[in-house]
Design a protein around this ligand. Structure first.
Ligand code: AMP
Ligand code: TRP
Length: 332
């Protein structure tokens, strides 16, 4: 059976978005929205799988909405909404959870990392995170899910869960969603350690470029970025993780093939390469941060956009949920 193509993806509203989010995920979203109807969620229900400050969470959701619009998501075309404002996510997560064997969840590496040594202290929410993620995508029968590499395992699980639901229902009700992972910017690494991914949760702000950083901060962060003692700039993930990461960032920002960029800087030193990279990053990111600041001046307008996104998303999920509830035997 074939399903109408639809994109769904999401980002958690925890702190500022960074260059990894932008190059690994959001840049792809901006491109894909022209090819298929697209829904982009601000995933606050996922955010509370670790402790959050309630007073800050809603403000972060609004700020994330501003960032998505500033990056180029067109709300007249695509839907931007906050996950917790559409009840289908929680409802479907429950149903799908009843089709998910614990053995599948026990394989999830993100849970193992986040739960750490004290597994008994981790919450049911953190454990069920991938089930909620499957519900996010399947509530809209989305077929394509553009994400960074770190989410691949969760999406493979979403496919397994959709398959399990279909088998139990005896009908192909849900599509098996396809992860879309960019080959070049799938995993942008920390500026302080080329073997760790760039992340919102890194204690050092120097490890990441935030979309709200000004030109001085961007230049300072690239200048301080970890380098190595090898002559010239070349790509070799194994022996030169930092140089490779910076080349990857350059290529992704410039929309140029990695080989072309590494040829161009083959005989440069770190200092001149980093300064070219900082100039490029400022040129690409400063229009985004300027637009974000403009949007945040009018929070009421952002709230109106999010309310409209919520209604449009809920209208797409409603018939899907009816079908799923019927197939489950719920009284509808
Ligand atoms: P998160 O910030 O964890 O909500 O992630 C939002 C999106 O950004 C997901 O699609 C992630 O896979 C992607 N992402 C997060 N960090 C990185 C990174 N360092 N490199 C590439 N993609 C990333
Ligand atoms: N878990 C994703 C992340 O941290 C965010 C997310 C939640 C998501 N639900 C989703 C991404 C559904 C794609 C599809 O990056």
């Amino acid at each position: 059976m074939s399903f109408t193509p639809r994109v769904f993806s999401g980002v958690q509203p925890t702190g500022n978005l960074h260059l990894g989010n932008y190059l690994g995920a959001i840049k792809q979203w901006v491109r894909m929205q022209h090819d298929m109807p697209s829904i982009y969620g601000i995933m606050d229900m996922h955010a509370i799988t670790v402790p959050q400050n309630a007073a800050e969470l809603a403000a972060c959701s609004r700020q994330t909405a501003a960032a998505l619009i500033a990056c180029g998501i067109d709300v007249s075309k695509s839907i931007i909404f906050v996950q917790s404002s559409v009840s289908a996510h929680a409802e479907l997560a429950w149903i799908l959870g009843c089709h998910t064997p614990l053995g599948w969840l026990n394989r999830m590496t993100q849970f193992k990392e986040k739960a750490g040594k004290q597994k008994d202290m981790a919450s049911l929410g953190l454990y069920g995170y991938p089930v909620l993620m499957a519900a996010d995508v399947l509530a809209y029968k989305a077929t394509h899910v553009p994400v960074g590499e770190d989410q691949k395992q969760h999406l493979e699980l979403a496919r397994d869960i959709a398959g399990a639901f279909n088998r139990a229902a005896g009908a192909e009700i849900l599509p098996l969603p396809e992860p879309m992972i960019l080959p070049t910017a799938a995993r942008i690494m920390s500026l302080r350690d080329g073997t760790k991914k760039m992340s919102k949760s890194d204690a050092s702000d120097y490890s990441r470029i935030n979309l709200t950083d000004d030109a001085d901060a961007i230049a300072a962060k690239f200048k301080k970025a970890k380098s190595d003692m090898v002559e010239g700039i070349s790509y070799d993930e194994e022996s030169r993780p930092e140089a490779s990461n910076l080349l990857q960032i350059y290529a992704a920002l410039a929309d140029e093939p990695l080989a072309k960029v590494s040829d161009a800087f083959a005989s440069s030193n770190f200092s001149s390469f980093k300064s070219a990279l900082a100039d490029l990053a400022v040129a690409k990111l400063s229009p985004i941060s300027a637009r974000m600041r403009e949007l945040l001046v009018d929070p009421d307008e952002l709230d109106r956009l999010l309310a409209s996104g919520r209604d449009r998303a809920a209208a797409i999920a409603a018939p899907v949920m009816r079908e799923i509830k019927q197939a489950t035997g719920f009284f509808v």
